[in-house]
Design a protein around this ligand. Sequence first.
Ligand SMILES: Nc1nc2c(c(=O)[nH]1)N[C@H]1C(S)=C(S)[C@@H](COP(=O)(O)O)O[C@H]1N2
Ligand SMILES: [Mo]
Length: 225
Amino acid sequence: MTDAFEPAPAGPPETKLTATKQRWAREGRFLTGRVARSGEERLPPGQHLVRDWPVLDLGLQPDVPTTSWRIDVDGLVDHPASWNWADFQAQPQSHLVTDIHCVTTWSRYDNGWDGLLTRDLLAMVEPRGNARFVVMHSYDGYTTNVPIEDFAAEDAVLAHSWQGQPLSRAHGGPLRVVIPHLYFWKSAKWVKRIEFIPADRLGYWEVRGYHERGDPWKEERYSEE
Ligand SMILES: Nc1nc2c(c(=O)[nH]1)N[C@H]1C(S)=C(S)[C@@H](COP(=O)(O)O)O[C@H]1N2
Ligand SMILES: [Mo]
């Protein structure tokens, strides 16, 4: 999957970040191979390809100007972050291209994202050993939950741009989460808080019958009970 990445332009050495990632590699932390697949199996079972990009939300698209936008990253982390838009823009930037798989059966290939990789965020906030799940909270009241290993996937990103343009309000701008290897309801639009917790807590769709994990390759669409 590394061919899906174009490294961000060279900048100042990120010594602490690099050191943390090397330590994780030694410890095998987060390295579970949970990334989107490609090749022959590119379209997951039960999905069909679309060319447009459907908009799905709770019928409320919050208007959050970058001048009043904030994000908090907190819970079981050693270094909580509370950033305004300028703070966020100052974080390391990456570009990558991923597919989208929505539980309503549409998939969309080759979406170009720019933003902060969740791995880079993790290296900064340093989740504690007992941080096992992540809850994303959004400006429209939406929430969604993932195991920390899924949040830490190497192609997961906090994206501010799509196809080189600022992410539109309809698609979650100014900032949304993108976790390509899970169904798209796990990718919170208009994200305002990322919380690290010790035990799973179901989000908006998960309490309404969607699967806790949402792996498109296993068709984890809805929970059995
Ligand atoms: N904040 C927020 N994020 C959200 C949602 C939402 O209603 N609110 N809907 C989810 C669902 S069900 C899907 S399929 C995708 C849709 O993203 P899109 O509108 O950019 O295609 O966003 C997900 N993230
Ligand atoms: Mo969805």
